[in-house]
Structure formats: structure tokens, C-alpha cells
Design a binder for this molecule. Structure first.
Ligand code: GLC
Length: 552
């Protein structure tokens, strides 16, 4: 039998639902989602059966990177509402028995943050500049950037300031957009200021934080050039060895410090790391007992639709996270990657963050993508540990591929001169009602990104009414996951045929036919991601949950 985690370790088995506030629900009709919109629709999430919410940033921000460029960590951007609206949302979630964690962005601020404005106004070598990473340029006149680092969004990671008299000055580091200057985490003032930010939100009652770019923050002493590894690697920090800016040892001291801060508020407040770090054994360092509580499993998200690879990544995840006493997490979609209902049917490589658009090669086949997405989700929700869902995946939403060039917003698109489409396609406002303006996202029909013309069938009101909708599948899976204690269970592999992933978790047997011949099953079917064959076998791209046969 499986056991439920103690209440103060709720996060070990929790299913989180990621809300991207810009695109969830828009109460004031300006085309941008907002906090009152979320609060007014919380019951739908309760009804879905999730345990906790994670909110992407809603802080005061010029929105150059959709709010991941923060101007004031302790205020709500007027686009999204007010602090009172945030309080109402937190209280509303708690009233319905859902926890709520919020995004925090410590690697960089907006260039409109008071700290950066002070830094730019101050002289080189001043304490105000020491909050950030300003350096003199190389070359006879400082005309070359201090090193060769590149921005994750494309182009150089350094921008040269222009002094008030129009002359060029020092360079400042930004691993992301030029409007997102990196903070210097060797500076005690920076550390102390963030302790205060954490406490500000903990006081307001949030249950924890999703920590943005938790593999960044600390840079190698001396800021040496990046030397690509033999394998080529990428600037995204997914190398086996640390780069001079991602995965530095010193970052773990920050998480130990933060763990102390959240524990001041009791044992139930948590930290979840966004750390794009390979391999899993390295990522597990982020969730050692005195650091964060969990880290997103990007190895699982990145796994191709292949039985052997899925088996390997699941085994490695349970071993790596289990090895440090942490639960594994599981995730298939978020606001930075191509939605899994599209991604799992792509026929070409699509590195994280690059995105797809009208001119991408080998367009995915929608029905195949949806079948695989449903099968992958049903597989994921049977795994022990904690799972993260991204808004809209419960509707089976695909990526919006055909966003016109002039409607794109992601800085990646601009910084690569259109070479990478970026992430807009997974960020489109979600559909609620088939026959309403903006599919019920608001009542005016305005949306900050265009919605596709063919999303009526994905609308929540259509799916609520249909027993075999993707929404119904998610609800059913989440209910059974809770009923059978799958999140707190133990995975035991059973031999599956070629192309099949099969395991037991407590009383439930899971058979995911990824790409094999129709698979025979024995036992009562509890949930199925798609139709079985006339003979009751499981076809490829289909997962079933069964009551384990009695003789086992
Ligand atoms: C994280 C966020 C992403 C953002 C970046 C810079 O990767 O998930 O959306 O652009 O950090 O803050």
C-alpha cells in the first residue's frame, strides 16, 4: 500500500498547476489577463483536482520579457491589478484548499528597477554599481565586451552604457535581454534585499516560490571566457560541467540561505528550482536537504517519445532525486517550451526556447500530437513524486504555430532577427467558451497575442460536456492519482514488450504503449488515454491504468 506524505511535506506528492497570468483570464477586458480574472475562476482549478498553483510573475515590470524583468518585487503591475488583488487571490486559493507559490526572479532585475537606475547614475566603482556586474571593456578604448558570453535570447550578453554626455562608458552583463541586467550575488546587499523580498511575500501568505534561473546568479571569479565543451553544449547551462555563469558551486550557498528564510515561516513553505542543469545527478544538488524542496525535471520534459528513453529518464530521476531524499518532479509543458501536444509529434530538433512558426520544417500532425500528449500525461500522473501542469494542457491545447511576425512579443524573436521564433506560441490566452469573444478569456475580444481561429473545440465549456475530452481525462486521472496514492507510491518496473513502458505503482498497473505493437492487458481498466482496439488491446500512443490482476 502507499502512504500519504505528512501534511507538512505536502509538496512531495502535490500536483501543481502553472498559471501564466497574462493568458489565463482577463477580468477588465484590456486583452491582458489579470489577478481578479484568476480569482474569479479558481473553482475550475479546484474542480480539476490540482493541489497547488504556481503563478508566473505579476510584479511591476516594463514587460520586456513578459514580466521576468522586474521593476519592483514588492508590488503588482497595474496590468494585473493591485496588492489587494494578490491578497484576495492568495486567500481565495487557500479557502478552496489549494496552496499557492509565486515566481521570484533573482538573477536579474529590469533596467527600470530603482537599483539599476541608481547604478547607471553612479560612478564606476560606486556601491550602487556594485549591485550589478559592470566592467570596463577590452580593447584600446574599451570598445570590446569584457568577455565572450552570449545572451540566452541570442546576441552578446553585454551592453555598453551611454553616459549622460553621450560618451560610451562601462559594460553591464545581462544573460537574458539587455533590459534585464544581472545582479552581483557576491554582494551582501543584494542577498539581504532578497531576504526581504521573500519575507514580504511569505508574510502575505504565499506557500513558497518558484525560483527563476536557479542555476544562474553566481558567476565564476574573474568572468573568464566561455569555452564550449567537446560536445558543443549550449549556452543554456545544460552541460555536464558548469559554465562560468551557470551551475557554479557558490549558488548553493544562496539556496541554503533562502531555505533558512522560508523555514522562519514554518515547515510547509517551499522553494522550487528552475535549474536547466544536466545530468540529473547534478541537478539533484539543488534539492539537497538544506537547499530547495524540489527542482523541475527538464530531463523528463526533454525526453523524446521513445519507450527506452522514457524508461531511462524515469529510472534516473527516481535514483538521482531519491539519492538526496527529495521527491522527483515531472513536467511536460511550461511557458518556455513548445506545448507537448505539438512537441511530441515534431519531426525535427527544437532546442528549448527556440520555438516553432510558419516556416519551421516538418509540421507536426495534430491528432498524433494530441494522442501522444494524452498518453504522456497519463504516464506522468502515475509516477511517484510531484507533477507540474501548465495552463491549457488540460484542454489538450497545441502550440499556436501561425502567429504573424508582427504580433510576436518574445525578446528571443527580436534578438535573433527572427531566426528563432521563441516562446509566444505556448503563451496564447486560453479558451474558456466556444461562442464568446476571445473564447471567453474576456468579454471584449481583445488579446495580447492572437488566438487561432480553430480553438472553439478546445474551449473548456465544450470539454466539460464531453466524457472523453482531454479535460475529462485529466480530471479522472487526478482523482485516481489521489485515490490510489500514486504520488506517494513506489514504482516497480515490469517487463514490457518492445516500445512499451510498463510498471506497477501500488494497486495500479500502468501500460504506456509508446510505439509498439498493440499490447495485451490483464485487469480492469481504470483510465485510458485513448480508445483500445476492438480486442481490448492497447494501441501505440496510448496509456492505460489498470487494477493489478489479483494473483500478483
Ligand atoms: C526563465 C523563465 C523565462 C525567462 C527567463 C529569464 O527561464 O522561465 O520565461 O525568460 O528565465 O528570466
Amino acid at each position: 500500500m502507499t502512504t500519504a506524505a505528512p501534511v507538512n511535506e505536502w509538496w512531495r506528492t502535490a500536483v501543481f498547476y502553472q498559471i501564466y497570468p497574462r493568458s489565463f483570464a482577463d477580468a477588465n477586458g484590456d486583452g491582458m489577463g489579470d489577478l481578479p480574472g484568476i480569482t474569479s475562476r479558481l473553482e475550475h482549478l479546484k474542480d480539476l483536482g490540482i493541489d497547488a498553483l504556481w503563478l508566473s510573475p505579476f510584479y511591476r515590470s516594463p514587460q520586456r520579457d513578459a514580466g521576468y524583468d522586474v521593476e519592483d518585487y514588492c508590488d503588482v503591475d497595474p496590468l494585473f491589478g493591485t496588492l489587494a488583488d494578490a491578497d484576495a487571490l492568495i486567500a481565495g486559493a487557500h479557502r478552496l484548499g489549494m496552496r499557492i507559490i509565486v515566481d521570484i526572479v533573482p538573477n536579474h532585475t529590469s533596467d527600470q528597477h530603482r537599483w539599476f537606475k541608481e547604478a547607471i547614475a553612479a560612478e564606476p566603482g560606486s556601491p550602487a554599481r556594485a549591485r550589478y556586474i559592470f566592467r570596463d571593456g577590452r580593447g584600446a578604448n574599451g570598445e570590446l565586451p569584457p568577455n565572450n558570453w552570449e545572451s540566452v535570447f541570442g546576441g552578446p550578453a553585454w551592453t555598453r552604457e551611454v553616459r549622460p554626455d553621450g560618451t560610451p562608458g562601462q559594460w553591464f552583463l545581462h544573460l537574458f535581454d539587455a533590459t534585464q541586467p544581472d545582479l552581483d550575488w557576491s554582494n551582501e546587499t543584494v542577498k539581504a534585499d532578497f531576504d526581504d523580498v521573500l519575507r514580504f511575500w511569505l508574510e502575505r501568505g504565499v506557500d513558497g516560490f518558484r525560483v527563476d534561473v536557479a542555476h544562474g546568479l553566481v558567476k565564476e571569479e574573474g568572468l573568464p571566457d566561455f569555452v564550449p565543451s567537446e560536445s558543443g553544449g549550449s549556452m543554456g547551462g545544460d552541460e555536464d560541467a558548469p559554465t562560468p555563469y551557470f551551475g557554479q558551486e557558490g549558488v548553493h550557498d544562496v539556496w541554503r540561505r533562502w531555505r533558512h528564510v522560508v523555514e522562519e515561516y514554518g515547515p510547509e513553505r517551499i522553494l522550487a528550482a528552475e535549474a536547466w542543469i544536466n545530468p540529473l545527478t547534478r541537478m539533484a544538488k539543488w534539492v539537497r536537504h538544506d537547499e530547495m524542496h524540489q527542482a523541475f525535471n527538464f530531463a523528463f520534459l526533454s525526453a523524446p517519445w521513445d519507450a527506452a528513453e522514457l524508461r531511462d529518464v524515469i529510472t534516473d530521476s527516481l535514483a538521482a532525486f531519491g539519492g538526496v531524499g527529495a521527491p522527483s518532479t515531472w513536467v511536460l509543458s511550461n511557458h518556455d517550451v513548445v506545448r507537448h501536444a505539438t512537441r511530441l509529434a515534431l519531426t525535427f530538433e527544437n532546442p528549448q526556447g527556440h520555438g516553432i512558426g510558419p516556416l519551421s520544417p516538418g509540421m507536426p500532425i495534430p491528432d498524433l500530437g494530441l494522442a501522444r500528449a494524452r498518453a504522456a500525461t497519463l504516464l506522468m500522473l502515475a509516477l511517484p513524486g510531484s507533477a507540474y501542469l501548465y495552463q491549457g494542457e488540460e484542454l489538450g491545447l497545441p502550440e499556436h504555430v501561425f502567429i504573424p511576425d508582427d504580433a510576436r512579443q518574445d525578446p528571443t524573436w527580436f534578438r535573433t532577427g527572427g531566426e528563432r521564433y521563441g516562446r509566444d506560441g505556448c503563451r496564447v490566452p486560453i479558451p474558456w467558451e466556444k461562442d464568446a469573444p476571445a473564447y471567453g478569456f474576456n468579454s471584449t475580444g481583445k488579446t495580447w497575442l492572437p488566438q487561432p481561429d480553430d480553438w472553439a473545440g478546445f474551449a473548456r465549456d465544450v470539454q466539460v460536456a464531453s466524457a472523453d475530452s482531454t479535460l475529462a481525462l485529466y480530471k479522472q486521472a487526478l482523482a485516481h492519482r489521489a485515490e490510489y496514492g500514486l504520488g506517494g507510491g513506489e514504482l516497480v518496473w515490469i517487463d514490457g514488450a518492445e516500445g512499451v513502458v510498463a510498471f506497477d505503482n501500488g494497486r495500479v498497473r500502468v501500460v504506456a504503449n509508446v510505439s509498439g505493437a498493440d499490447a495485451a492487458i490483464e485487469g480492469h481498466v481504470i483510465a485510458a488515454s485513448g480508445p483500445l482496439t476492438a480486442e481490448g488491446r492497447v494501441p501505440a500512443n496510448t496509456t492505460v491504468w489498470l487494477h493489478r490482476p489479483a494473483h500478483h
